[in-house]
Design a protein around this ligand. Structure first.
Ligand SMILES: *[C@@H]1O[C@H](CO)[C@@H](O)[C@H](O)[C@H]1NC(C)=O
Ligand SMILES: *[C@@H]1O[C@H](CO)[C@@H](O)[C@H](O)[C@H]1NC(C)=O
Length: 349
């Protein structure tokens, strides 16, 4: 985890460093006169390495950010070793830059960039020459400044990368030792442990791939209901059409539905009522009933009304049948658990 954080911190500095090195190497690469002869040959070498290993380190750091957190020891040691190599190379490059690059932007000001390591017998320093030869011509001060910045970023990166390599290697070793000791205590063989860790690596990558494959599904799930239902309808329609084409079925005939008329007169009549049970008396008070209803589902309250004749009279009297039903629909279930049907208007909790 601390390694992951450090890797995240160096993302941006690494990008900047790589950008500077890329620019510098681009100029030097194209112009032989900058690669030696008059000027220090170490500059060309240093910038070439800074570009090569800076880019490698930048992409490596980006690529292994997540895997390095998740891969278990002892395999995480591999990441630590590559980090170590990058840290050493960066330190080398930065130590060379220490020789040929100014350490302070103030040294570039005025005639500083002109006199910095000016080869004897010439009147153009390396910074002036490369500023003149740069793809877009620039001033020697600006060129000098980018070299100073590159050196400064180089120092920071060398430190951070050494820290990353150190922590990840030490952590791997510690975990390995404690696991081996634990294995001895629980008499589990080290080979078995290695095999389990080795399996964890492909499983992890498979898991990541699976997760990536699920992104479109999750995205679809988050779309509004209206879009989803239409998409699903279209898919079902396409499925049906394909099935019919595959099985060579005759085209379907329209099915006419019988229109059902709601018969208001069909509601029950209350004739001679039996003795009311206490519960019916209790629920017979409308206000009390409405206090009870929010704790029930709509179907529950309808079933309650079917329990006995006196309860039916208390909960769902024929005189007030439709009114009560609409009240129950409003009051049953809490607001947050009310869900709407896609196509019909019946409420489901
Ligand atoms: C040095 O500067 C003079 C004029 O300032 C110029 O004529 C000459 O070409 C320069 N020499 C080099 C090697 O750039
Ligand atoms: C050198 O040229 C490149 C490409 O045009 C440009 O991006 C860069 O800023 C220039 N270098 C400096 C120091 O201005």
């Amino acid at each position: 985890m601390p390694v992951g954080l450090l890797r995240f911190i160096v993302f941006v500095p690494f990008g900047v460093y790589q950008g500077y090195a890329n620019n510098h190497w681009n100029v030097i690469k194209r112009h032989d006169e900058l690669q030696g002869g008059l000027y220090n040959p170490l500059i060309a070498k240093g910038e070439h390495w800074a570009y090569k290993y800076g880019s490698f380190g930048f992409y490596w750091n980006f690529a292994v950010w997540v895997p390095a957190i998740m891969v278990p020891p002892p395999f995480s040691m591999i990441f630590g070793l590559v980090d170590c190599a990058i840290a050493i190379l960066l330190s080398f490059v930065t130590s060379w830059q220490t020789i040929y690059s100014p350490h302070d932007i103030d040294l570039c000001r005025g005639s500083g960039a002109h006199y910095w390591q000016l080869p004897p017998g010439t009147n153009e320093s390396f910074f002036e020459a490369s500023a003149r030869l740069n793809a877009t011509q620039t001033t020697s001060f600006k060129m000098c400044k980018t070299y100073v910045k590159e050196w400064q970023y180089g120092i920071v990166l060398s430190l951070f990368y050494s820290l990353i390599a150190f922590i990840s290697i030490v952590l791997s070793i510690c975990v390995c030792f404690t696991t081996i000791r634990e294995n001895r205590r629980t008499s589990r063989s080290n080979k078995q442990w290695l095999a389990e860790s080795a399996i964890a690596v492909p499983r992890l990558f498979f898991g990541i791939l699976l997760g990536l494959a699920y992104i479109p599904v999750i995205f679809f799930r988050c779309l509004p209901l209206a879009v989803k239902s239409r998409t699903r309808y279209t898919r079902r329609y396409a499925d049906k059409v394909r099935q019919r084409v595959d099985q060579n079925l005759p085209s379907p005939e329209e099915i006419k539905m019988k229109v059902m008329k709601r018969n208001e007169k069909m509601s029950y009549q209350n004739q001679d009522l039996p003795e009311a049970v206490p519960l019916a008396n209790f629920l017979g008070i409308y206000d009390i009933l409405m206090l009870v209803v929010p704790h029930l589902h709509y179907t529950d309250i309808l079933n309650l009304a079917l329990a006995s004749r006196s309860l039916r009279e208390a909960v769902l009297p024929a005189s007030d049948h439709d009114q009560r039903l609409s009240h129950f629909r409003l009051y049953t279930c809490s607001e947050s658990s009310k869900t709407q049907c896609w196509v019909c208007t019946n409420q489901i909790c």
